[in-house]
Design a protein around this ligand. Structure first.
Ligand SMILES: [Zn+2]
Ligand SMILES: [Zn+2]
Length: 232
């Protein structure tokens, strides 16, 4: 359940390495860019899976392509810079959105799990000055061991239900939201977690409002339908 030894240090180290590689490339490919705008200060959570994973990421730092340099020249220079720094790289032209301008995308992958993408608007982009976008990410890393959720103890049970009361038919005495157990989220395969729709973040069972039981005298005829034993 505790922190994973060395994980934070390793993530910080990767963040610094990514920043220095990105800074070098931005300086080289789009000289004059303001590197103080390259935000790589805090690792951020990537999704809600347990344990949470964090990464340093720079999303689309924007630089200007120098006027005399073609998009193809920027792409091959970017590829050469990546290769000489030990990154595997590949270049593609992205035209998947017909309504948008085509881009050349140079992608670099490092053995340490970091990725860099450089997007360059193509030469047939009619609007000068053309832009170059830089994007970088460290791998997403868990910083602590997974925590197991402990389902809460019911507030009322058949043994502890108050005399003259019945257990809530929705949560069966749990009191907490029977869907999420009071966590306000439920596991989701893709994003890790999803807001609990059953309690709308209130944590409690919305039928008994957390009381876990009902006085028999106050049951509506609809509610009584859940307790056929009362009418025997
Ligand atoms: Zn309830
Ligand atoms: Zn809930």
């Amino acid at each position: 359940m505790g922190p994973i030894a060395g994980a934070q240090e390793e993530l910080d180290r990767l963040g610094r390495a990514l920043r220095s590689q990105l800074s070098m490339m931005i300086d080289d490919l789009t000289p004059g860019s303001d590197l103080s705008l390259l935000f790589l200060n805090e690792p951020r959570g990537v999704d809600g899976h347990e344990p949470p994973r964090y990464q340093y990421a720079a999303e689309f730092f924007t630089g200007k392509r120098p006027a005399h340099v073609s998009a193809a020249d920027i792409a091959s220079r970017a590829a050469a810079l990546l290769t000489s720094a030990g990154w595997r790289q590949s270049t593609t032209t992205s035209q998947e959105n017909p309504g948008r301008k085509p881009r050349i995308v140079v992608t670099g992958r490092h053995d340490n799990g970091c990725t860099i993408e450089i997007h360059i608007t193509n030469d047939n982009d009619p609007v000068p000055p053309s832009k170059v976008w830089f994007r970088g990410r460290t791998p997403a890393m868990a910083l602590r061991e997974p925590e197991e959720f402990r389902w809460p103890e019911p507030i009322r049970t058949a043994e502890t239900v108050t005399s003259g009361h019945v257990l809530c038919y929705e949560c069966d005495g749990l009191g907490r939201c029977p869907e999420c157990g009071g966590r306000v989220w439920v596991p989701d395969e893709t994003r890790g977690r999803e807001n609990c729709r059953a309690c709308r973040r209130t944590r409690v069972c919305l039928i008994c409002r957390g009381a876990a039981q009902f006085p028999i005298s106050e049951l509506s005829s609809y509610q009584r339908g859940y307790y056929p034993e009362l009418d025997r």
